[in-house]
Design a protein around this ligand. Structure first.
Ligand code: IPE
Ligand code: IPE
Ligand code: MG
Length: 244
């Protein structure tokens, strides 16, 4: 029997340098299958591998994935625990593979509020992949854009107090250097799965001029082909940044 053909790596003229994704719909996908929500999260982790692979094929430089928001602590304890366990397992089982694929792992968010085990696994993976120069995969964990902006303001105030910054010099470029994302360019493309038309406190500062693509697919069923379609849609857009 013929094997299902792998979606081919399309010829895309204009590949985004940085793609950010709000990975949404794990719970609804599981619900549709009559499975517990945690199964949706497990299936979602498989999509992460697929999408990271697709980014490697296209030559995308940065991929930021919204994995756990500041507001997700509102969920039942059991779901939070399942998500944290899944994160730890993902890091432990995927680091070798990431390293082999020349992926450099990074993380943004208030990481010190994550369970100790997750923090340890995270720092180990970051350390082990730190010399890689392929795709930079950035996990947003306990991430909230408003919290990030407040942490940025605090950092600016410290610099002013220490006499390192003249408040009159503060501008968007300098402020960007006080955010968690200071080492990365702004996302060119923002993708959200599961059809929701909202930002949910993700990268509010950085997406000022990002192109947005919403997919109706739930994250666990979002395949490489859907990802390539989103990037193709991006490459057809005309970005003007307020100019002509
Ligand atoms: C996204 O899927 C994963 C996280 C937010 C951790 P959801 O868990 O939000 O799934 P839905 O949106 O309830 O279907
Ligand atoms: C956004 O999804 C957060 C992540 C994908 C981690 P949510 O499911 O938490 O967002 P809302 O509640 O639908 O806005
Ligand atoms: Mg959701």
């Amino acid at each position: 029997m013929a094997k299902k053909e792998e979606p081919s790596n399309p010829e895309i003229a204009n590949v985004p340098k940085h793609i950010a994704i709000i990975m949404d719909g794990n719970g609804r996908w599981a619900n549709e299958q009559g499975k517990p929500r945690t199964e949706g999260h497990r299936a979602g982790a498989r999509t992460v591998r697929q999408v990271a692979e697709a980014c490697g094929e296209l030559g995308v430089a940065y991929l930021t994935l919204y994995a756990f928001s500041s507001e997700n602590w509102k969920r039942p304890k059991s779901e939070i625990q399942a998500l944290m366990t899944l994160l730890e397992r993902f890091l432990k089982s995927q680091t070798k593979e990431m390293h082999k694929n020349n992926i450099r792992l990074q993380a943004i968010g208030r990481l010190t509020d994550l369970p100790d085990k997750c923090q340890r696994a995270l720092h180990e993976s970051i350390e082990q992949t730190s010399q890689n120069d392929g795709l930079t995969l950035i996990l947003a964990l306990n991430y909230g854009a408003r919290e990030e902006i407040i942490d940025g303001v605090r950092s600016v105030l410290r610099h002013v107090q220490d006499g390192l910054l003249d408040p009159a010099m503060l501008d968007p470029q300098i402020f960007s250097k006080h955010l968690y994302t200071r080492y990365y360019p702004d996302p060119d493309l923002l993708i959200r799965t599961s059809g929701e038309m909202r930002i949910s406190n993700f990268l509010l500062w950085q997406i000022s001029y990002s192109e947005i693509v919403i997919s109706d697919k739930f994250w666990p069923e979002f395949g490489k082909d859907d990802f390539f379609k989103a990037v193709e849609e991006y490459s057809r857009r005309q970005r003007r940044f307020g100019g002509l």
